[in-house]
Design a protein around this ligand. Structure first.
Ligand SMILES: *Cc1c(COP(=O)(O)O)cnc(C)c1O
Length: 383
């Protein structure tokens, strides 16, 4: 299917480029909306996964909120028409300027990650004569069973406030009049493909929710973050995530009081499958044990394999050869980690063949760099 859709682009456009399937993004958003509204859940799109203007526009139209991790992401959300009453702002290192901007725009909630941050937001809110709505980002010590670089909910990770600090936080909040605690926030990691960790998270959240209730905090917002993984192995088999099963875990295991709403922050599950990195083969280099297919795309366009050993399905979409050969598929960048896949079985591949690196819609284009003075990466869209 990708092959047919791409035919007209390949001859007309210089590679490498990102190719986004907008129809698939729309179908994904429709499914997400249908399954989340069944339980009246609130979903914020995690901006850091992809901020391509065309993608953002599409997501804004669907009515999702925004989950931002920098002042510029908050700005991007505001300027693209996202409802400020649906913007949340997380991050361990929010600068004064970033906090001031978000306060000025009256965003829905700051997800606060440390005790000191509480003081700083309170001070800045006093200067703007505002009361900032905040949620405590809590480190629940739940193992997400994902790559260690994208695990965030363990005691050893830098994110969030630890349960042993709760008493101190509660004491501190009483002295900070310009903060209003409205909720609890969690995010345990990314590309989590097993629902077990989410069930564990629910049980942990129930405990913590009850703890705060017992201490007199009847908090309206529970935010469980994002992190549900996509199928990188077989993107065509499962191009839209099974949102029904995902949300049902929370419906089954989360104990919410009547006045409490449940919030999610999804990135990868929304945009991951709609993007492909398209490149041409520049050279084939045959070694004694290893054959290399050298592409015109590299880690500068898609760093995930180099950064956290991520797997992407690699397809030769122009070859009609029936014999297959194993290639190390690499980029042109002067780093040995600039490798998209080792011993990848492809149809016999030649210079000029078109290679699609699949499921590259999340954490792909946003992480592109100009290392080696590479050109900015381009993007095209199929409607
Ligand atoms: C990155 C991030 C998300 C989104 O994670 P996905 O794995 O893309 O769903 C949600 N919340 C926070 C706080 C994040 O940092």
């Amino acid at each position: 299917m990708l092959r047919e859709k791409l035919i007209k682009y390949i001859s007309q456009h210089k590679t490498p480029f990102y190719y986004y399937d907008i129809a698939l993004l729309q179908q994904t958003l429709n499914s997400l909306k249908a399954e989340s509204s069944r339980y009246h859940y609130h979903v914020h799109y995690a901006f850091k996964a992809n901020t391509n203007p065309r993608i953002i526009q599409e997501i804004e139209r669907s009515g999702l909120g925004a989950d931002c991790v920098s002042g510029n992401e908050v700005k991007c959300a505001v300027e693209n028409g996202f409802d400020v009453s649906k913007i949340v702002f997380a991050g361990v290192g929010k600068s004064d300027d970033e906090i001031n901007y978000a306060l000025d725009k009256n965003i829905f909630c700051f997800n606060c990650e440390s005790m000191q941050e509480l003081d700083v937001i309170n001070d800045l809110a006093i200067k703007q004569n505002k009361v900032a709505s905040i949620a405590l980002r809590i480190n629940p010590n739940v193992d997400a069973h994902t790559h260690k670089y994208i695990t965030t909910g363990l005691e050893e990770n830098k994110f969030g406030i630890n349960p042993y600090e709760f008493e101190t936080v509660i004491g501190k909040l009483k002295t900070l009049p310009n903060l209003k605690l409205i909720g609890l926030h969690f995010h345990i990691g990314s590309q989590i493909t097993d629902l077990g960790p989410f069930k564990k998270l629910c049980l942990k959240v129930n405990e913590i929710n009850q703890f705060f209730f017992n201490r007199g905090y009847d908090l309206p917002v529970i935010n469980v973050g994002g992190g549900i993984g996509i199928n990188y192995q077989e993107p065509d088999k499962e191009n839209i995530l099974d949102f029904a099963t995902y949300f049902k875990v929370f419906h089954d295991f989360m104990e919410l009081r009547k006045n409490q709403e449940l919030h999610f922050e999804l990135g990868r599950a929304i945009v991951g499958q709609c993007g492909n990195l398209i490149s041409r083969v520049l050279y084939i280099k045959n070694g004694i044990n290893t054959n290399f297919a050298i592409l015109d795309a590299g880690m500068t366009e898609l760093i995930r394999p180099a950064l956290y050993q991520a797997y992407h399905k690699i397809e030769n979409i122009s070859s009609s050869s029936t014999s297959t050969i194993k290639y190390d598929v690499v980029g042109p960048i002067c780093e040995s980690s600039d490798c998209f896949g080792k011993a990848v079985e492809l149809p016999e591949t030649k210079r000029g063949d078109i290679i699609a690196i699949r499921s590259a819609g999340a954490y792909g284009e946003v992480m592109a760099s100009r290392y080696n003075l590479r050109d900015d990466v381009r993007s095209y869209f199929s409607e």
